[in-house]
Design a protein around this ligand. Structure first.
Ligand SMILES: *Cc1c(COP(=O)(O)O)cnc(C)c1O
Length: 402
């Protein structure tokens, strides 16, 4: 088998080496870590070794060794970091102990007195750390409706240093114009950051749309099997990557080798999972739209979704997450009680279909007034489609809504 050499942070190396542009599903399997030889082994094993070690014997103390301590670097974690950098088209990836650790550590590149503009309907945990921890740290934040470019432009001040976006938004799947927002940020000389968790790099590549940093909760689609909690940050440029690495190494919220390995394995099937799950989401969205017990369906793949065209211009699909509203709170709770196939749980992006109840889960920490303003009502159910047969899901949801 052809070996792809392991060059540190060698972006798009394997694409270049075989002389033509590889498609997403090929990249997911051949990210440059095809055998253990790519990370220093010599067996040719197709399984990348888990370097479950905290420290390394240093052979010659007069020289710097590549690995000296696993907070600073670990070969398994680095294989994942280079894989995500390749998939996102960035220069450097950093892996963290959770999605929120990746977000908090990335925000750690900012300083007291800096001002950020953030989308008002970002992930609940991101909203919380910006409003609590980073408020104490001395960051000022203005939350805006990021689907309105003028609102974003109007919120930028002389001390604005960052723009924090997420699209599609959670849980109402609103679409933000990434090209437009990132261009505004570039003009103003501020760093644009996109939480790309809902799309994965198979569907959306924020860096290619002008963003400086792409973030992931790899707990979701990248890991894909509800068995690991991990986060990733990818910087478009080396210098920004070094700043994030500096926080990673000094703050220490790193991903462990075992979880890094689980996510590396998950990524191998990412494209086929995304394709199947997106197709299921599209089918379920159409079916729910016509269901008499359903008041509204939110899915960017539906032609009447306000962000449908924009999403099609910036992403390769509409994603595997949708939400819908029942006609009453009782009917929503009834759905959770009666569904047999969907797990009633927090999280998304897994092989299992997951139904979430935002008012009690992802948005429980958001003040009710803010929730109401965003349309997160007690009739709202969010679905993340898994790998079950969609017809089985339709039959199960029909009885659960009945
Ligand atoms: C889950 C999630 C996070 C947080 O990730 P954890 O791995 O749970 O820490 C951040 N952003 C989005 C969009 C998420 O869905």
């Amino acid at each position: 088998m052809k070996q792809f050499p392991n060059v540190r942070f060698g972006n798009c190396l394997s694409i270049f080496l075989i002389g033509y542009t590889m498609k997403e599903s090929t990249l997911c399997v051949h990210s440059g870590f095809d055998t253990d030889r790519n990370i220093g082994g010599d067996t040719g094993g197709l399984g990348i070794p888990v370097y479950q070690t905290s420290t390394y014997d240093q052979e010659d103390l007069s020289k710097n060794q590549k690995y000296d301590y696993s907070r600073s670097g670990n070969p398994t974690r680095e294989a994942l970091e280079q894989t995500i950098a390749l998939l996102e088209g960035g220069k450097r990836g950093c892996a963290f102990g959770s999605g929120i650790a990746a977000i908090a550590s990335t925000l750690g590149i900012f300083s007291t007195g800096d001002h950020l503009v953030a989308a008002e309907d970002i992930y609940g945990g991101s909203f919380r750390i910006l409003n609590t921890f980073f408020k104490r740290w001395g960051l000022e934040v203005t939350f805006v409706d990021a689907t309105d470019l003028q609102a974003v432009a109007g919120a930028i001040r002389p001390n604005t240093r960052g723009l924090f976006l997420e699209t599609p938004s959670n849980p109402l799947l609103k679409i933000t114009d990434l090209r437009g927002c990132c261009a505004l940020a570039r003009e103003a000389g501020i760093i644009s950051i996109v939480d790309n968790t809902f799309m994965s790099p198979c569907l959306q590549k924020p860096l290619s749309l002008g963003a400086d940093i792409s973030l992931h909760s790899a707990t979701k689609f990248l890991g894909g099997h509800s068995d690991a909690v991990l986060g990733l940050a990818v910087a478009a440029e080396e210098e920004l990557g070094r700043r994030i690495y500096h926080v990673q190494n000094s703050f220490g919220a790193i991903a462990g080798p075992w979880d890094s390995w689980l996510v590396l394995r998950g990524i191998k099937t990412l494209k086929v999972r995304m394709d199947y799950e997106c197709a299921s989401a599209g089918r379920l969205a159409l079916w729910l739209k016509d269901h008499p017990k359903v008041e509204a369906v939110y899915y960017p793949g539906l032609p009447d979704h306000p962000g449908h065209d924009l999403n099609a211009r910036q992403a390769g699909g509409a994603g595997a997450v949708l939400s819908f509203k029942t006609r009453s709170r009782e009917e929503a709770l009834n759905f959770f009680a009666k569904t047999k196939l969907a797990a009633s749980a927090v999280s998304l992006g897994s092989v299992e279909t997951i139904a979430s109840y935002p008012v009690r889960m992802s948005h429980a920490s958001m003040p009710p007034a803010q929730r109401e303003k965003l349309g997160v009502t007690d009739t709202l159910i969010r679905l993340s489609l898994g790998l079950e047969d969609p017809q089985d899901l339709i039959e199960d949801f029909d009885q659960a809504l009945g």
